[in-house]
Every structure is written in structure tokens, then in C-alpha cells.
Write a protein of this length. Structure first.
Length: 255
């Protein structure tokens, strides 16, 4: 049983989070940016900012901040958690002119959570390389756990703050996110529920003016961690990202 689970674990991790498959799933995410901005620039800078960049900032902000939690527990020093996480939205908002309409969209993250010597504090490091066309994702943050949840059936409750960014030849994206998460620890089955608030800025690099727009948004996601083999986990969740249905998947190891 353990061998089968570990095999599935490795297939999921490599399949969902390899650069090649990520590119096949998400393609040239920003390929339309230059085309659409050049089409709309004659209407003025405010149109580009409010009708092109701002809706994009709101949609991508939810999945930049997404996938950043799956438990309310702190790792505890010298513990750590390393995993791959894939937040997704079922479709972009109707105002988004960059992302294809009525198409599922997401971004993969590899995230490391490291317990710090100060009790209840964790350092969070995350990132992913989507290839030359997709760009480079980087992020970091901290988490503080108010309730440890060490005793089975007792809740764990934490806050986390993160800063994330994407660097690309056509645009830069900067995201700040605040999460609050509660989970209940069980040996094999551990449910969680989290609320996230995002502020995201998209800066285009097509025009000489380097226009930018900022949008805020929210995420409400509930899910479950499955621990069929010690030190490993698979989590799946669903919820709403700025009112749009979405979900998340993840696999990882923790000690």
C-alpha cells in the first residue's frame, strides 16, 4: 500500500509541477498582453489601466496568493514542509481581456515552510519557473500560529503574510497577500478552511510609459489533507476566488 501511494505521490508531483507540463497546461500566459495593449493604447492610458491591466491584476492575484496554505499548524523548529501546490480558477472574470474566456486557469508553486527558533513562527519561501515564455515566480512570507493543534481533534489557527512576484519580458506582477487559516489535526484526515485577502499590481512593459494598475480581491478555500504515509500529504480544496469557483491541489512532505 505504501509503495503504491509513494508511486502515485511522485507521479502527481512530477506531472503537475514539471516545467514542461505546466507550459502545456498554461501555455503562453502573457502572449496576448502586447497585442491587446497595442490595440487599446489609442483609447488612452486610463483605458489601458482600468480595462486591461486592472481586471488582469484581480484575476491573477487570486492564484498568486492561492496555494499558500493547507493547514493552520506551524512547522515548529526545526521542522519543515516542502510541497507543490496548484491553485486554479474555473474561468477568468468577464472583464478580463487577456486570459481566454471560459477556460480554467492556474499557476503552480513549489513552496518550502521552515520552522524558526522563535515558537510558532515559520518562514515561507515559494517559486516556480514557467519557462522563458511563462516567466519566473518568486515569493516569500512569514506565518504565526496562534493555536498549535498538536493534540488530536483540537484546532490549529494561524496568520500568514506573503509577497509574490512574476518577472516577464512583457509585464511584472506584484502581489501581497494576508491569510488566516484554521485546521483540525487528525492522524490521516485533516480538514482546513482559510480566508485570503490579496492586493496585486500589474505593470506592463510594452509601452514606454510602463503603465500599471492595482486591484484587491479575496479567496475562501476549504479542503482536506490526506496522510496515508507518514511525513507525506496530499491536499485538495475548493472554494471561491473573487466570487469565481476554483480549487487547489498539492502534494508534499513534512517533518
Amino acid at each position: 500500500m505504501k509503495k503504491k501511494f509513494l508511486t502515485v505521490f511522485l507521479v502527481l508531483f512530477v506531472g503537475l509541477f514539471s516545467t514542461e507540463v505546466a507550459y502545456a497546461q498554461f501555455g503562453d500566459l502573457w502572449g496576448e498582453v502586447e497585442i491587446i495593449i497595442n490595440q487599446e493604447k489609442a483609447k488612452g492610458n486610463e483605458i489601458v489601466k482600468n480595462e486591461i491591466l486592472k481586471p488582469l491584476a484581480k484575476d491573477v492575484g487570486s492564484i498568486f496568493g492561492g496555494g499558500s496554505f493547507h493547514t493552520g499548524k506551524s512547522c515548529g523548529f526545526p521542522g519543515f514542509d516542502i510541497g507543490g501546490h496548484l491553485p486554479m480558477i474555473s474561468k477568468p472574470s468577464k472583464d478580463n481581456k487577456i486570459l481566454p474566456a471560459e477556460k480554467m486557469y492556474g499557476l503552480p508553486w513549489v513552496q518550502a515552510e521552515i520552522g524558526l527558533p522563535m515558537p510558532s513562527w515559520d518562514l515561507i519561501l515559494r517559486g516556480f519557473y514557467l519557462g522563458e515564455i511563462g516567466g519566473t515566480l518568486l515569493g516569500m512570507g512569514i506565518r504565526y500560529s496562534l493555536l498549535s493543534g498538536i493534540i488530536p481533534l483540537t484546532p490549529a489557527f494561524s496568520f500568514s503574510v506573503l509577497a509574490n512576484q512574476l518577472k516577464h519580458e512583457k509585464l511584472n506582477i506584484y502581489n501581497f497577500t494576508l491569510n488566516t487559516v484554521v485546521s483540525v489535526g487528525l492522524p490521516v484526515f485533516a480538514p482546513y478552511l482559510g480566508l485570503g485577502i490579496d492586493s496585486t499590481t500589474v505593470q506592463e512593459k510594452v509601452l514606454a510609459e510602463r503603465l500599471e494598475a492595482t486591484a484587491s480581491g479575496w479567496r475562501l478555500v476549504g479542503g482536506v489533507n490526506l496522510k496515508l504515509v507518514p511525513t507525506t500529504y496530499f491536499h485538495i480544496g475548493a472554494g471561491f476566488y473573487n466570487g469565481i469557483f476554483g480549487g487547489e491541489l498539492g502534494v508534499g512532505i513534512n517533518f
